[in-house]
Design a protein around this ligand. Structure first.
Ligand code: SF4
Ligand code: SF4
Length: 176
């Protein structure tokens, strides 16, 4: 069977109707509100309480609040946390901070932002913060060490003042 095709009209041969209908679609989008985000220059603003990357926080005197109890390391589902507790050596100036971790690492490539570490921490030393987009050029760069975690975590001045010398200790020192 031969299908007969209608010949193009002279207007259709000029392609003007096709061009006009194409421009109509372009113009209709031109005046619409932009929905494309210029990532990474622009980023989503996340609500309060958003659970992003976990960081260590410092107390009111810029000391890590962590006491190396390793609960977070134990509970972390993908085993992203690695804690090196302090050795037997004592820093005289900070003798009352004997449990401050020697090293504390979080492998951000493994972390799933579940929040278990924050929930289990007895010292309010680790919090999930608003960062959701972490980048690096190597795997090593994505393992955040203690200094980096503390810098990103900032200060969290809660009522837990674990490392403050107790009033009784201070009084004992005065009497000696
Ligand atoms: S948020 Fe979850 S996965 Fe990430 S370090 Fe904490 S416990 Fe581990
Ligand atoms: S961050 Fe909290 S749970 Fe983890 S070792 Fe330190 S004190 Fe323990």
């Amino acid at each position: 069977m031969i299908i007969k095709r209608n010949p193009l009209t002279w207007l259709e041969k000029l392609y003007i109707p096709a061009l006009i209908s194409g421009f109509k679609v372009t113009l209709s989008h031109f005046f619409r509100k932009k929905v494309t985000m210029q990532y990474p220059e622009e980023k989503w603003s996340v609500p309060e309480g958003y659970r992003g990357a976990p960081y260590l926080v410092s107390d009111h005197q810029d000391r890590t609040k962590c006491v190396s109890c390793q609960l977070c390391e134990f509970v972390c589902p993908p085993k992203a946390i690695k804690i090196t507790p302090p050795g037997p050596e004592v820093n005289e100036e900070r003798a009352h901070m004997e449990k401050e971790p020697k090293e504390f690492e979080i492998n951000m490539l493994r972390c799933i932002f579940c929040g278990y570490c924050q929930e289990v921490c007895p010292e309010e030393a680790i919090f999930l913060q608003k960062d959701y987009s972490l980048t690096g050029e190597s795997r090593e760069e994505m393992i955040y060490d203690k200094d980096k975690l503390l810098k990103l975590g900032g200060t969290h001045d809660s009522r837990v003042k674990k490392w403050d010398k107790k009033a009784s200790d201070a009084a004992a020192q005065v009497s000696h």
